[in-house]
Design a binder for this molecule. Structure first.
Ligand SMILES: Cc1ncc(COP(=O)(O)O)c(C=O)c1O
Length: 322
């Protein structure tokens, strides 16, 4: 099976549930377009069959009127429906984008021919790389199931970009835990030592916390922001600082994901303050679980390298690796 066959299988498996949901949705309400969230809400509530007959479990605190479980569920649904509606719209827009890129790159029967031996001339694989590069706003992409996981993709990018004597700075706080072994903050699970880590190769590491709550709101009006002042000080102090690492999604933390616009604000700042004055700094984004969540990706707003994973959003959790 060629790379593109494998990857398209993943994409189709990913798209299929949405198509089925969409088809079912259309059957249930053939005359409605649901371009308006209120219309969508009315439709959802009409089809909300809560059959519980159990006694009311709560009372409305202002009117003291008992509330039945059915009403409580309807209320909760009302509160969430706009959110679900906008996620559904986002999913459809992402599907449109991906399918038009498949058209643009003329993914045809020839793209599905298998290759063997050294795997040279796999046109399907070449087209897939171009499609993902365009989707991610990057110049080039390498989409390979041989990258076993997100951690593997991130580690490959870091080992590719950093050299002994360089330092990296993580500006979204402590990174995802599997990266601790890559960076050399704890012993490798299999090696029982730090051999082979970035630290072992003489690459140093530092981190700066994200701003949250009131501090973030003052900075950019959002719930989360980069601490530009501390970042500037760290870069000015360390001429060996070569790479800035950003983890877009929260991982195991309870913080919000970093909006792409905030990554753009950081990229603009670093470009104006350092890159344009000759400082060579790479802005790297761990995009795991970030792909397709917004209309644009970190490379659209100035990030230099982005690594993500087919086991997550892009493979719809169906990809065996990548
Ligand atoms: C933000 C983030 N980075 C990195 C990873 C590591 O990816 P993997 O578990 O595929 O190695 C994850 C995994 O969930 C993640 O959420």
């Amino acid at each position: 099976m060629s790379s593109i066959q494998r990857s398209l299988t993943i994409f189709y498996c990913f798209l299929l549930p949405f198509s089925v949901v969409y088809a079912l949705h259309k059957r249930a309400a053939p005359s409605r377009s649901h371009s308006d969230p209120h219309d969508y809400l009315r439709h959802q509530l009409q089809h909300c069959h809560v059959t519980s007959t159990s006694a009311p479990t709560s009372t409305n605190p202002t009117t003291s009127i008992p509330i039945s479980p059915r009403l409580m569920i309807e209320d909760a649904t009302k509160g969430l429906i706009k959110r679900f509606w906008s996620v559904d719209q986002q999913t459809k827009r992402s599907m449109d984008r991906i399918l038009s890129l498949y058209e643009e790159e003329k993914v045809d029967a020839a793209s599905f021919h298998g290759v063997d031996g050294y795997g040279h001339g796999d046109i399907g694989r070449e087209k897939l790389d171009v499609i993902i590069a365009k989707l991610m706003g990057a110049e080039k992409a390498a989409v390979r199931l041989q990258f076993f996981s997100g951690t593997h993709a991130i580690a490959s990018a870091l080992f590719g970009a950093l050299r002994p004597g360089d330092n990296m700075l993580c500006i979204s706080g402590h990174p995802y835990d599997t990266l601790e072994e890559v960076i050399g903050q704890r012993d490798g699970h299999q090696t029982g030592s730090r051999v082979g880590s970035l630290l072992d190769w003489g690459i140093g590491y530092g981190e700066i916390e994200l701003l949250e709550g009131e501090e973030a709101r003052k900075e950019n009006g959002d719930r989360v922001a980069f601490d530009l002042k501390s970042i500037d000080i760290a870069i000015e102090k360390d001429p060996q600082l070569k790479l800035i690492h950003i983890q877009r999604s929260c991982g195991y933390k309870w913080r919000p994901s970093i909006p792409v616009m905030e990554i753009g604000r950081l990229c603009d700042h670093i470009r104006r303050k350092f890159k344009e004055k000759g400082r060579d700094i790479i802005i790297f984004v761990d995009n795991c679980y970030g792909e397709l969540v917004e209309e644009i990706e970190p490379c659209h707003v100035g990030a230099d390298i982005c690594a993500g994973s087919l086991i997550k959003n892009l493979g719809g959790t169906l990809a065996p690796s990548g």
